[in-house]
Design a protein around this ligand. Structure first.
Ligand code: ZN
Length: 382
């Protein structure tokens, strides 16, 4: 007997029909109080050795229909290694249908839009990093459902760095990135980390949206609010997660900020800047360009040719965190985007973009930040 289950941390799927291994039809629940849907995560049981065809329908109405062509679903039997499964998308079938074909070699397999980073894993991460020498951990505030917004503070240098991710909870690669960056930052023998800890105080918020993460949302918090449209006027009613982080930033300032995301459609790693903010300076643009050049040299997974179009002068949306922070602090603020699919400039047939590659990118971004601090922000060091 085949079963499909999703009543667990970050689960999301609705069973429309389960008539046998070749007759599994599913849809994705919308984020609470909103129209966004794209994240899925479920367990398939009882299909060992049977050729299965899993169809997820109605995807032309999903948040990013451009995310499905060329996409391959993530699959795991042990919830440690996530392979890519053969996947096809047909926009003309049942309102847009993703068909995943697999023959499980285990009684139970998990399928997800991207390798999940559960809230339990988040708490393991916080506990592990908080136990490292010199790390301070605190709670900046609470989510709508009452979950803590955790911050880790590492280093004691004069520059102030902010790393934060998962405003969009379905972009779980963002917390894998945090996992890699935090491992490096707390590595006692890593020279990049040692120097960064001397030059900077690094504030890390690994998960801005714990409610959306647990609920299996793509894009919003428990109130159906897109947190990355709340930074101009966050409120305790709609976006306490942003309000508490922005207040903490106001308390200590910001020299470099990185907001970590995943992009559904573009098969590359790229950075979006703040070109359209009203008070932009040549200095800020030079910092942004310098950082991107360095990261492209350090990591073959990063590039600068493809990405979002830049906002025209004066047209930036100040409700988005990168624009708000660049305007508010006159600092270098960046939105880092990793692919759900793969980096097509350096593709991986087995895994596509993966937790391991997200972790490596987190490490490499720290190296680029250190170079930026030394070469471009030397004035901060007195
Ligand atoms: Zn995002």
């Amino acid at each position: 007997m085949i079963h499909i289950d999703s009543a667990f941390d970050s689960g999301n799927i609705k069973v429309e029909r389960c008539g046998g291994p070749q007759d599994i039809v599913l849809t994705i629940h919308k984020d609470a109080a909103s129209d966004f849907y794209q994240w899925f995560h479920f367990r398939l049981s009882g299909a060992r050795g049977q050729a299965c065809s899993i169809r997820i329908t109605g995807l032309n109405g999903s948040a990013y229909p451009g995310g499905w062509p060329g996409y391959r679903a993530c699959m795991s039997a042990d919830r440690q290694q996530w392979h890519r499964a053969p996947t096809e998308f047909d926009a003309k079938s049942d309102g847009g249908t993703l068909t995943i074909t697999l023959t499980p070699d285990a009684d139970q397999v998990w399928l997800a839009y991207f390798a999940p980073y559960s809230l339990e894993r988040h708490h393991d991460l916080i506990a592990r990093i908080a136990a490292c020498p010199g790390v301070r951990a605190d709670v900046l505030g609470r989510s709508i459902d009452g979950r803590p917004i955790d911050r880790l503070v590492i280093g004691d240098g004069p520059a102030t760095l902010w790393l934060y991710g998962r405003q969009h909870p379905g972009e779980s690669m963002a917390e894998w990135w945090m996992d890699g960056a935090l491992a490096r930052l707390t590595d006692a023998g890593d020279p990049v980390a040692r120097k960064l800890r001397q030059l900077a105080t690094i504030h890390v918020v690994p998960n801005m949206n714990p409610d959306g993460s647990v609920r299996g949302h793509l894009r919003t918090n428990a109130a159906g609010v897109n947190l990355n449209r709340e930074w101009a006027a966050p409120s305790i009613e709609k976006s306490p997660e942003v309000l508490c982080v922005r207040d903490a930033m106001d308390a200590v300032g910001c020299d470099i900020a990185m907001d970590v995301h995943g992009d559904e459609a573009i098969p590359q790693v790229f950075i979006a800047g703040f070109e359209g903010i009203p008070s932009i300076t040549e200095r800020q643009l030079a910092l942004l360009g310098g950082f991107k050049t360095r990261l492209a040299r350090i990591s073959p997974d990063f590039q600068t040719a493809k990405g979002y179009p830049k906002a025209r002068p004066g047209t930036a949306n100040l409700a988005m965190s990168t624009n708000q922070l660049a305007e508010r602090f006159g600092c270098l603020a960046m939105t880092l985007e990793m692919p759900f699919k793969d980096n097509d400039d350096l593709p991986c047939a087995d895994f596509g973009w993966s937790p391991a590659r997200s972790q490596h990118l987190g490490r490499d971004c720290l190296a680029a930040m250190l170079e930026t601090l030394i070469d471009d922000l030397g004035g901060l060091m007195g």
